[in-house]
Design a protein around this ligand. Structure first.
Ligand code: 13P
Length: 252
């Protein structure tokens, strides 16, 4: 049984006081009943406070990015060791916004994925096609190459700490969601791709999240698909009631 995950990617939202307030509200509302894993990914500057506030709770904290080197002359970047030193051992890598606006390539993401493995950090690795890829019928090909290029040089044991997030770019922040069938079809494809490379056992144990305009109103239907193991939530994770409603939808 793969336990579902609901992860909130806060992106570049929430000042420190706003973040504290949202976490406070989440702590008072969220009850995972041990049925679902819940993560939040605030911005770097709010991570220490988020770790402190959530330390005796079921809410775990992830970073939204990290660099692939241990240290050095990389102005503005944050390393795995810096994250681990403040108690953060989970990181979102390869988000489409990082790929599109900050020129992250498969090559860089491969280095980041290896660094996450070396540092024993959970890697929430994002893949997903653009609208033009889907319209050209290339969505499977694009997602497969994202997986192969960034992750397939990793050994099997790395996958104990890898979660894949399928986020079709055309569904992020647009209010447009992949249909439950489209999500299932791609998740199954991702699982089959993993199975061909690493074997069925491994593929059956990797959690694959869906991301892209998940809301309280559509979460249950998407999460009920057999290969969808939860969600990576953007906009709807910025409000405690809607994030909690999505967590509730992931419980059974
Ligand atoms: P939205 O839920 O706002 O569409 O964002 C999804 C996402 O990018 C999560 O990483």
């Amino acid at each position: 049984m793969r336990k579902k995950i609901v992860a909130g990617n806060w992106k570049m939202n929430k000042t420190l006081p706003e973040a504290k307030q949202l976490i406070q509200e989440l702590l008072s509302k969220v009850n995972t009943e041990n049925k679902v894993e819940v993560y939040i990914a605030p911005s770097f500057v709010n991570l220490p406070e988020a770790v402190e506030q959530t330390k005796n709770s079921d809410i775990k904290v992830a970073a939204q990015n990290m660099h692939f080197e241990d240290s050095g002359a990389y102005t503005g970047e944050v390393s795995a060791d810096m994250l681990k030193a403040i108690g953060v051992d989970k990181v979102i890598l390869g988000h489409s916004e990082r790929r599109a606006y900050f020129n992250e390539t498969d090559e860089m993401l491969q280095k980041k994925a290896h660094k996450a493995y070396e540092k024993q950090m959970m890697n929430i690795f994002c893949v997903g096609e653009k609208l033009e890829d889907r319209q050209a019928g290339k969505h499977f090909e694009v997602v497969k190459s994202q997986l192969e290029n960034a992750l397939f040089s990793l050994p099997m044991q790395a996958y104990k700490n890898i979660v894949i997030a399928y986020e079709p770019v055309w569904a992020i922040g647009t209010g447009e969601t992949a249909s439950p069938e489209q999500a299932q079809e791609m998740h199954k494809f991702i699982r089959e791709t993993l199975a061909k490379k690493y074997g069925r056992d491994l593929a059956d144990n990797v959690r694959i999240l869906y991301g892209g305009s998940v809301k309280p109103g559509n979460a249950k239907e998407i999460f009920s698909q057999p290969d969808v193991d939860g969600g990576l939530i953007g906009g709807a994770s910025l409000d405690a009631d809607s994030f909690n409603a999505i967590i509730e939808a992931a419980k059974n």
